[in-house]
Design a protein around this ligand. Structure first.
Ligand SMILES: Nc1nc2c(CCc3ccccc3)c3nc[nH]c3cc2c(=O)[nH]1
Length: 375
């Protein structure tokens, strides 16, 4: 573990940019889509197939893994890489977001957030210090500060209070990180401020005062809608250092990814490709398809013959329709795999378009072709 974390910018095209994040476990090509592996597995897809789709990095979840099987047990197995057999970089969230969306009896104080496990009701406490300890026990290469992701909508004064707490927690997270993390690991600050431009500015400036090797844009993909999200990016990314990665948390649909790359975002995560795949939704260049739909019963064409992914190339839509109607495990497995591959092919196409100075044209053609809703 000697290679220190670093980011190098590649090509820029308008505000869009390519880059490479060097970590001790491999390089991440940006713009990058990071499959979510919440409980140490990218649901229904084996790690060798996740890698084959082109993913350079996957995500793990402090909240889920601290509850089960516990961070200490994962550490005894040699860390999350060894435990899950994923050998590339792993990014973990700090857990606060998941506590607020999943746990019961949660109580938020200056110290941290106490809560009851959604699994067995046991009592737990997450502080900035404990979150960093857990992320280090897991062995995460890129870690997140503990923050508070405010609900949407939220009043301006409540949003300001929340972002100030997250800034204080950013300081404590960095102090704890510097105590116990390795030189090969990196900690990101998370910009908050909901949909208020002056608060986004305040948060971005306060975090840069503290200083991080990368910055996440938090507080979005919480129901604000695409236009409001883009509006926040328009005012936020210009405030962040150009020579450091920007990670838009929890985003998103293909049209969200294109619009956010247009606004200078480098890293993305979203449960959509795997979660929607498990329920029969296939993402394609032309938009999403519901493969359970009767229209596919006799369809003898694959999802994408041009792909080298077996899930996209070797199975007919009629067969996939059958698998879902029959409740066969293979249905969710193949569609999760296909969707991850499609997301990686979209990211690769954007990286190539930026490198060739034709990203505007790519984005325009994609938006014309990709119909999110029929008709
Ligand atoms: N810490 C944090 N996480 C968020 C996530 C989870 C992303 C995540 C990271 C790693 C694993 C799973 C999920 C969000 N998802 C949608 N919107 C989100 C906002 C925030 C946020 O403001 N702060």
């Amino acid at each position: 573990m000697t290679t220190p974390f670093s980011f190098s910018l590649g090509a820029t095209d308008g505000q869009a940019r390519t880059g490479a994040i060097t970590t001790s476990r491999g390089t991440i090509r940006t713009p990058a889509f990071m499959p979510v592996g919440t409980a140490g597995t990218v649901k229904a897809v084996q790690m060798r197939d996740v890698k084959a789709t082109g993913a350079d990095i996957i995500l793990g979840n402090t909240y889920h893994l601290m509850l089960r099987p516990t961070a200490e047990r994962v550490a005894r197995f040699g860390g999350l890489h060894k435990f899950s057999t994923w050998e590339g970089p792993i990014l973990t969230d700090s857990g606060g977001f998941q506590v607020m969306s999943l746990s019961a009896m949660r109580k938020l104080t200056e110290e941290g957030v106490s809560f009851q496990s959604h699994i067995d009701g046991s009592k737990h406490m997450l502080t900035p210090e404990r979150s960093i300890e857990i992320q280090c026990l897991l062995g995460a290469d890129i870690q997140m500060q503990l923050d508070e992701c405010p609900p949407f909508p939220i009043s301006e004064e409540a949003s300001l209070e929340s972002l100030e707490l997250s800034v204080r927690w950013a300081k404590r997270s960095k102090a704890a990180f510097e105590e116990i993390a390795g030189r090969h690991q990196a900690l990101y600050g998370i910009v908050q401020g909901s949909v208020f431009p002056d608060q986004r500015k305040r948060s971005a400036e306060a975090l840069q005062e503290i200083g991080f090797p990368g910055y996440s844009v938090g507080g979005l993909a919480v129901g604000e809608g695409r236009e409001a999200m883009f509006g926040v990016l328009d005012v936020t990314t210009p405030l962040l250092p150009k020579d450091k990665p920007r990670y838009l948390m929890g985003v998103g649909k293909p049209l969200d990814l294109v619009g956010a790359v247009e606004r200078s975002i480098d890293m993305f995560d979203c449960v959509l490709p795997t979660r929607s795949g498990r329920h029969g939704q296939a993402w394609t260049w032309d938009g999403p398809l519901n493969l359970k739909n009767a229209q596919f019963v006799d369809d003898e064409t694959p999802l994408d013959p041009a792909s080298d992914c077996p899930a996209s190339r070797d199975y007919t839509k009629g067969y996939l329709n059958h698998l879902f109607r029959a409740g066969e495990y293979l249905g969710p497995m193949l569609l999760s795999w296909h969707n991850l591959d499609f997301y990686q092919r979209l990211m690769a196409a954007m990286r190539e378009a930026i490198a060739e100075g034709r990203f505007d044209q790519f984005a325009e053609e994609f938006r014309a072709r990709h119909r999110e809703r029929k008709g």
